[in-house]
Design a protein around this ligand. Sequence first.
Ligand code: ZN
Length: 189
Amino acid sequence: MLKRSLAEDAQEVFRAIALIELGARMQVLESELTLSRDRMIRLYREVKGVSPPKGMLPFSADWYMTWLANIHASLFYNIYLFLKHEAQCSHLDALTKGYRLYLEHCRNSATEAVLDLTRAWTLVRFFDADILQLTACCRCNGKFVAHRHDLQHNIVCGACQPPSRAGKTRKAAAAARQQALELAGSASS
Ligand SMILES: [Zn+2]
């Protein structure tokens, strides 16, 4: 096993606690941290008061393509990229801080969070594996999540073109779009 200083070990524990508090599943912890599985299960029980759930992680990239999920995923991924590239955060910091900011945006716009932490983590993995890409909307210029080989030109995002059944959430979509635009603006300036 890897020899670490006590301080490094403590940092790993704090990272694990932060991820568990945000709702991370065991597979996320095991992939991101170097603590033993036993210790992570114990930490999970301490923080959540229950054993970690078993079962497979959500797997399909198509989940991010439905209208509302796409808006939320695009918002989160724009925040994640901003933290990683502009604020020079590590992948793990960008994930946890970005996810907290995403939750804050949802609270501020009185929208229910659609993306859980595990979905957010899986989203980043799909980007790293070149399964997904960001495509610029030709109306709002916001960048949204799309399949890797989808068309790149003259594409309109879900926030600009909500389906008619989306009446109630239309306002929330407009708020999310505004936030994504502000983020894109601050990232490019
Ligand atoms: Zn748009």
